[in-house]
Design a protein around this ligand. Structure first.
Ligand SMILES: [Fe+2]
Length: 285
């Protein structure tokens, strides 16, 4: 397996704290069947992605882990004005091994206005965008139709391994399973931060997916697509995403939030009956 999202570089974000912890995480991953880890430190308002320190520690980890596991470098790229202008000015600076796949993280609470345009800019600059852990954002739980919009726009999705097996709670699990079942997902990764509470383990999720969707799907999400991302190649053939192109909304919704249908090509507005109750429509009033 290849884990495309891990906070393995120590001391640069809220992931690994020191060299020992990083080595322990890498060895846990190797024992779990991971052959390559993509190290993806945060770059946001709190953690500023210090490139020189990151490269130094990456080299140190590679030196210590020779022959045990391979390491790549990327970024957990937050949509901030500074990040975007730098990413557009210096393609493919934050992407996986500089080959174009960019891991995108949003703020938890709301999606900033203009995000769609920013993503368009990044894609126009040649990046392939991977939206990380869509199943975990509170704003997505309230408005799950964003996910279809991202896929429509040409983005890919990365689920968290632990979310599929209930380690992030029932809501994340329910949404992750629906995305998996509808073939809307291209990657599974750990987003590991430490060896115990957010561990770098994928095998349980791999086995779960193999049992639920078949071994080929598990291999596609945990091995084949991640390899394409690391090598900077387009993904191979993917299954047709169920209900995406004809606008079938996700069933997932929070209590009190109804699934929304996104605007589809050819929509010319709501029918005159929209907004009326069933009884009013039934009696024609
Ligand atoms: Fe992350």
């Amino acid at each position: 397996m290849i884990d495309i999202h891990q906070h393995l570089i120590y001391g640069v974000d809220d992931g690994s704290k020191d060299l020992e912890m990083s080595l322990a995480m890498a060895r846990l991953a190797a024992a779990d069947g991971v052959e390559r880890i993509v190290c993806s430190p945060h770059s946001n308002d709190v953690y500023n992605y210090p490139v020189d320190i990151i490269n130094e520690r990456l080299a140190e980890l590679r030196h210590n882990l020779r022959g045990e596991i391979e390491l790549s470098l990327a970024c957990d790229f937050h949509i901030t004005p500074e990040n975007i202008s730098e990413a557009v000015a210096k393609p493919f600076s934050y992407s996986i091994d500089g080959k174009g796949y960019l891991l995108i993280e949003f703020p938890n609470i709301i999606l900033a206005p203009g995000t769609e345009r920013v993503m368009f800019e990044l894609m126009s600059a040649g990046y392939r965008l991977v939206i990380t852990h869509p199943e975990r954002y509170p704003f997505v739980h309230r408005s799950p139709h964003y996910i279809a919009q991202w896929l429509d726009q040409g983005c890919m999705l990365q689920l968290t391994a632990g979310a599929l097996t209930g380690k992030f709670g029932a809501q994340c699990e329910t949404l992750a399973l629906e995305l998996l079942d509808r073939d809307w997902v291209q990657f599974i990764a750990t987003d590991a931060h430490n060896p115990d509470r957010r561990p770098p383990l994928m095998k349980e999720a791999f086995d779960f997916v193999a049992q639920r969707k078949g071994i080929e799907t598990a291999r596609r999400l945990c091995v084949v697509n991640p390899r394409s991302a690391v090598e900077g190649r387009p993904l191979g053939a993917q299954p047709e995403p169920i209900g995406l192109w004809n606008g079938v909304p996700l069933k997932f919704h929070l209590p009190g939030y109804k699934p929304q249908r996104r605007q589809m090509p050819g929509d010319v507005g709501l029918p005159p009956s929209a907004g009326k109750s069933f009884l009013k429509r039934f009696f024609g009033r």
